[in-house]
Design a protein around this ligand. Sequence first.
Ligand code: ASP
Length: 312
Amino acid sequence: MQNKQRVVILGTGGTIAGRSAQAGDNVGYTAGQIGVDALVAAVPALAGEALEAQQVAQLDSKDMDHATWLLLAQHLAYQLARPEVQGVVITHGTDTLEETAYFLHRLLAPPKPVVLTAAMRPATALLADGPQNLLDAVRVARCAGARGVVTVLNGQVLAAEDVRKVHSYRVEAFSAGDAGPLAVMEEGRLRLFRDWPQGQALGLAWLPSDVARWPRVEVLLSHAGASGGLVEALVAQGVRGIVVAGTGNGTVHRDMQAALQRAQLAGVRVLRSSRCVNGAVVGDGLLDSAGALPPVKARIELMLQLMAPSAA
Ligand code: ASP
């Protein structure tokens, strides 16, 4: 008997919806060109399924912005509240996939599956990865017991908290680091290794609808020869939070460290994370730790904490 529960597919653009002038060009293409209806129609195995597709945005995710995040979160909350909706798939670009996934999970920690999928190659590539990823994403959204925000690419299901883009062009571009994948998709079947992500939803009600009112939080990188100049410039511009991508275990060049401590005294929230691809910041330091969050997710966390007191 066919499953009458619906899976809603929200399109936002990305390479999965990308088109190049020459078939087979894997890098010289324009992202965010093909509508989400056409992406679904290109997967014959999805024909006849109870799906609804809606275009929420059409952009290259390198240009993702807070206004689009807010719009997406509102659409998502609406769809998740519909009893007939089993789960939601979001087609997205790979460049900021991990940021959008983390943002949505912190806000909604959904009791239904929200599956972000993407592609490393445009839809016009000789061997496009998008159709298989989209099919796998719908299969994950249909899994009994699935919940939380996850990503599905290249046969791997990764939790929003863990996922990171770790390669610039290969199809196997994502990793969950030390945590490892939550599950793998094997010929349309899910092999689950651990529990689905849970969490405390912050909700949407308190989020200012004018994104210009969201606090400005920036990421800086510590490196050989780093100075405090950029910190001072940001403080002068009224920044509310700074995440420093430190060396190793969240250590920071002494000149930048001194400037960050001065910023802290001036009321700017500072978090130290690591520029290393794997591992967490362990132990105490003079600046608050971002723990296992990489710099870009720590930026979101700090921004949410500055807006929602319950997030702290
Ligand atoms: N720049 C593209 C994007 O993030 C890359 C991709 O989707 O693979 O939208």
